[in-house]
Design a protein around this ligand. Sequence first.
Ligand code: F6R
Length: 619
Amino acid sequence: MCGIVGYVGPQAAAPIVLQGLRQLEYRGYDSAGLAVIDADGEIAVRREKGKLSGLSNLIDAEPVQGSIGVGHTRWATHGPPSRRNAHPHASPDGDLVVVQNGIVENFLDLRTRLQAQGYHFDSDTDTEVIVHLIHHYYGNGCHGDLAASVRRALRDLKGPSAVVVLSKNWPDRLIAARLGNAGGVVVGRGEGEMYIASDIPAILRHTREITFLESRQMAVITADGAAYFDLDGRPVAKEPLLIDWNPTAAEKGEYRHFMQKEIFEQGRSLTDTLRGRLNFSTASVELDTLNLPPDAVNKLEKVTIVACGTSYYSALLGKYYIERLARIPVEVDYASEYRYRQPLVTDKQLVVAITQSGETVDTLAALEEARQGGAGTLAIVNAIGSQAARVCDGYLYMQAGPEIGVASTKAFTASVTDLLLLGLYLGQARGTVDEATRKELVHALSTLPGLAGELLDEAFHGRRYQALAEELHGYHNFLYLGRALHYPIAREGALKLKEISYIHAEGYPAGEMKHGPIALIDEQMPTVAIAPRDSIYDKMISQIEQVKARGGLVLAVATAGDEYIQQKADYVLEIPATHELLLPILAVIPLQVFAYEMALRRGADVDQPRNLAKSVTVE
Ligand code: F6R
């Protein structure tokens, strides 16, 4: 939430910062702003309400020149979206500016204190207390030492914050600091120039040599490099990581939206997820980053999976896979609930976090709770080098490549695939999956990217989905039904529809319909039934009958060539046949495309749905 980009070097800073912010706009688009030190040595600030295009237009009209700068794209917490609440926020004399990602939990106390000292507040934001605090300590106690003033100010803050500070009195440097889980801060090295950003894609065009700032660390960044310190001022040695993402992976290319691109590249992303992990000769999976040797697996008594949103629905499938393949009890919790129920944690437990961004603050807090209770921890994560991957005992990358669209798509199919691999890995270590099943699954997994690719090819080139969305986009409510493996897919399908098209949609276990939701069924409430040919196919057919008997419209996701369902349902979206455990990975794809096409017809902003942001770094 909120995106930050900074640059120092020989080039013009504003275009680099703006381009970086464009890659981070998924993190918030309530307002945007930028500051550079201009030729007169003054800080020039431009801020605008709304999306980055507004700021870009403003800069075209009122250009800024300078080779050191910082920018911000905002997801509003304190104070509504407006120009005056947009970052950067400046000190009273305009000598320094601050951009922030996070929340100052004690901002009311700090504001009252600063007001008593004579500070005037121009905005409703919590960020403004930070700039005034730094300004105050700069002149009181820190003897004009900028880094020391930032450290001192941060000591007063409660809650997570990542800040970048620019001062006209120190025109050769940017100071970045991080307190708690406020979202990432990455520092990138170029040739005689340096970059800062909240996330790697923002600076991937310029550098792949990335250093991650941890909580309670700061970086003093000049064109020649960065020096790292802890918040007590002690130097910290840090090693950069070489990121092997292709910069074009974070660009839209020929596609209209990132979400469209990310849906349609799932054939490729699933190949990457599986690459190097299937061993055909031993019919096994190889996951060397788990840090879980077979004897550790055999000591496990329980697995807990924590996640939020789409990742939570992936976790529901993980429960199914791990219990079925490894015969270990699995509980699944919303990460945002986990630590508030005083969970029972033991050292015979593995806590798995699923998180695309690796930054979701609720998920990181749940991991911390688990770690303190003595459990082993594992992150299934997409963002390379992100916090979740760094704090866990082991990790498994989704390898889906950068996901920019706010609605998660390819990371969902990648994380479900990772969970299936994990289930198999645990099962093979515990001897609970026989060789024939392993062979069958390893083979089925190897064909998965091809099947997804075929399905998507047809969806991309045909008119099936467009025609369907033409007919259905006027409805205001949808019910999604699935059973067993397809219940999480019903939830995920409903979430995709509601978050990008703003149509109300409920995902429900099909068998529960008769216990209440069936009362909602009428001709105004279409039902999406996820009913491929699996072991409970007949049960899903009877749910479809029940909806039809009450005058409801049915859109079914079914196995290709299923003529029976063609007769029962009003509309059918087909998926190829495969092993039962892999069906949900294919079944979700038509629901992603359907939600996308529906949103387009309702004129919604697919990549930046209202009120949402990717990487939820506030509680
Ligand atoms: C929905 C979506 C969100 C995220 C959730 C968790 O499309 O993207 O529901 O899944 O905010 O995010 P991560 O996986 O980054 O922890």
